[in-house]
Design a protein around this ligand. Structure first.
Ligand code: HEM
Length: 193
């Protein structure tokens, strides 16, 4: 299907360039309304993520076999992860002018997921795509302008780049059996690069 102008813009800007101060300001302004509803937004993002990419549930002991979105909504583990994701993004947004702090927050997230949770890094890109989708739908007034979309496409890129950098030091898995988590075993469509 032919891409609309907005989609092409996002793809173009996804090749991460530095975020300008004006874009950092846009991120902080648009995020404040979202973060006021962080629990609800976190839960809807994760439900959409797990419904559209069910293999991502494999890492969560308490709901890996859940299929019903209403049941997922009641899962304390899902809710807790939603809050953690939103909280970590909030730390990045709050410290957006302090690149060292941003790097250290995201390096910690990357390291925990590479070493402790052994999550394949491409899931971060998928999840960030879902976050942008939910924000554009639920906060349409704030998220439809090309400036806002460009700023958030850079934010997605920044988060994914920093998180996956931590994997270069700490590859997931134990170097042998991948526990069924290899990219080749993912059945959902992978995101466009
Ligand atoms: C921007 C994306 C994400 C952020 C900011 C994030 C953040 C966090 C944080 C802060 C924690 C707790 C840290 C710790 O255990 O030391 C956590 C735990 C966890 N994350 Fe993520 N996460 C993200 C994406 C993902 C993805 C894509 C997956 C898997 C598909 C995942 C799976 C997990 C699991 C399994 C845990 C442990 C859950 C538990 O103990 O109940 N995360 N995440």
């Amino acid at each position: 299907m032919e891409k609309v102008q907005g989609e092409m813009e996002i793809e173009r800007w996804e090749r991460s360039e530095e975020m300008s101060d004006a874009e950092k300001k846009v991120i902080q302004e648009t995020w404040s309304r979202v973060y006021a509803n962080c629990e609800d937004v976190g839960v809807s993002v994760l439900i959409r993520f797990f419904v559209n990419f069910p293999s991502a549930k494999q890492y969560f002991s308490q709901f890996k076999h859940m299929e019903d979105p209403l049941e997922m909504e009641r899962s304390p583990q899902l809710r807790k992860h939603g809050m953690r994701v939103m909280g970590a993004i909030n730390s990045v947004v709050e410290n957006i002018y302090d690149s060292e702090k941003v790097s250290s927050v995201l390096a910690l997230v990357g390291k925990a997921h590479a070493v402790k949770h052994k999550v394949e890094p491409f899931y971060f890109k998928i999840l960030m795509g879902v976050i942008l989708e939910v924000l554009a739908e639920d906060y349409a007034n704030e998220f439809t302008s090309p400036e806002v979309q460009r700023a958030w496409a850079k934010m997605k890129s920044l988060i994914c780049t920093h998180v996956t950098a931590a994997y270069k030091e700490e590859p997931p898995g134990d170097g042998g059996d991948d526990g069924g988590r290899s990219i080749s075993k993912v059945t959902e469509p992978l995101p466009q690069t």
